[in-house]
Design a binder for this molecule. Structure first.
Ligand code: AMP
Ligand code: GLY
Length: 426
């Protein structure tokens, strides 16, 4: 069959890498793809916001299955349109993608179905938001309701900072995403990412990971899309996964179905493991980036039948087999990221760096011009390893990374540090 993947990040490169290994594939297309995908897929320059263009392409190329990577096309209803055209699609429709598209919606769903999450309020004006902050005190978390490319969350250490965040957001810092706010209690604990595939009714747990969102070593500095990750996450042992499924995931899947908006696709729960147990920080309606790169490195099963089962309501009939090894992914980003950065610098020696069997280099913001790979984005490369322990995986990833010659890029040197410390104690 012919498959089309929508997206251009490291997440989509790793998905394409895995899909391309399936014996079921004739031709794999990626729109728009990046500089690293040309060897495994045909990169096509179509605009995923133009649904007519996507449908036309699917008809011309006889595409039987579409895998949508990022949240924006999902929230924009690309899945609705494709399914309406009878093209099988992985990814929720717009009504269900609201789980990521509106933080307020998700909080209300949690309240209605008794799903553990931080206490919260929803606000459309600054005076009532500030009144709530005065009552609750600091630290407190201020969130723009809508999609803000992962930047719409401010953790305010003082009431003054919280007031400023409220004013900034209502003054348009995040555009339309900030016409409404969620303000919530600050949760203390260890953060993990938990992935579950669901066909709207049944679920298939699909791995755990821990990512590093802050730009600086020791997890300090501004938030980014993610500077690295490892999988599986140590704190998500079998018992914690079971609790999370029973207390958070299943009530969500049932709740969404009961609301008339069943969720089909990958449910990515951002969790805080607190003293009380797992609490939901947020849902994403797509795979995590860079968590997905770690999951794909560990997935042994053919992913294509699994994705198809998820889309056509038979997820209870498939299994996912995982490597017992640990995967770890280090992001190389352009100097300046998550702020402004320069484009079009040259990256040298990628082939040599990625030559070991257990190393996969997934591209994100790159383009290929002739034989040269140029950096074009904030997050640019994902150096991913598969090894016996987190310590080994970390060493292997950095050994590969150190062979890359790209002075205009930087990376964190401490990815996986919590798990490495834990292993050293054993
Ligand atoms: P989000 O975009 O909702 O994932 O938030 C970005 C980051 O802010 C999360 O990954 C957490 O590290 C942090 N965060 C969000 N909400 C809370 C909360 N209620 N308590 C503590 N940290 C939070
Ligand atoms: N790495 C976190 C995310 O994809 O949102």
């Amino acid at each position: 069959m012919n498959i089309l993947i929508i997206g251009s990040g490291g997440r989509e490169h790793s998905l394409a890498w895995k899909v391309a290994q399936s014996p079921l594939i004739d031709t794999l297309y990626v729109a728009p793809g990046n500089g690293g995908m040309g060897d495994i897929a045909k990169c096509v320059d179509i605009n995923s916001s133009n649904h007519d263009e996507v449908v036309l392409f699917c008809r011309e190329k006889n595409i039987e299955f579409v895998l949508i990577g990022p949240e924006t096309p999902l929230v924009e209803g690309l899945s609705d349109r494709l399914i309406g055209e009878e093209i099988q699609t992985f990814g929720p429709n717009a009504a269900a993608a609201i789980l990521e598209g509106s933080k307020g919606f998700t909080k209300d769903l949690c309240a209605k179905y008794n799903i553990p999450t931080a206490a919260y309020g929803r606000f459309k004006d600054a005076p009532s938001a500030k009144k709530f902050i005065r009552i609750k005190g600091a630290p407190i978390v201020i969130k723009a309701d809508g999609l803000a490319a992962g930047k719409g969350v401010i953790i305010a250490e003082t009431i003054q900072e919280a007031f400023e965040a409220v004013d900034d957001i209502f003054n348009g810092q995040f555009g339309a995403a900030g016409t409404e706010l969620v303000i919530e209690e600050f949760l203390i604990g260890e953060e993990v990412s938990f992935f579950v595939l669901t066909d709207g009714k049944n679920i298939l747990p699909f791995g755990t990971a821990q990512d590093h969102k802050r730009v600086g070593e020791g997890d300090i500095g501004p938030n980014t899309g993610g500077m690295g990750a490892y999988s599986p996450a140590l704190v998500m042992d079998a018992a914690m996964q079971k609790r999370t499924i029973n207390e958070i995931i299943l009530p969500t899947v049932k709740g969404m179905a009961a609301e008339g908006t069943p969720f089909k696709g990958v449910l990515f729960a951002g969790l805080m493991i607190t003293d009380k147990g797992p609490e939901l920080i947020e849902y994403n309606v797509r795979f995590g980036d860079p968590e997905c790169q770690c999951l794909m490195a560990r997935l042994e099963s053919d992913i294509v039948p699994i994705l198809i089962a998820c889309a056509n309501g038979t997820i209870n009939q498939v299994e996912a087999k995982w490597s017992d090894k640990v995967s770890l992914n280090v992001v190389m980003a352009a100097n300046g990221y998550p702020g402004p950065y320069k484009k079009n610098s040259k990256i040298i020696n990628l082939e040599q760096a990625g030559s070991a069997n257990n190393i996969m280099i997934f591209h994100a913001g790159t383009k290929k011009i002739g034989h040269n790979i140029l950096a074009t984005g904030g997050r640019v490369l994902n150096i991913t390893s598969l090894s016996n322990t987190v310590t080994e995986a970390k060493n292997d990833a950095y050994t590969a990374l150190n062979q890359i010659n790209w002075p205009e890029g930087f990376y964190r040197k401490d990815i996986g540090w919590r798990a490495v410390e834990h292993e050293n104690k054993e």
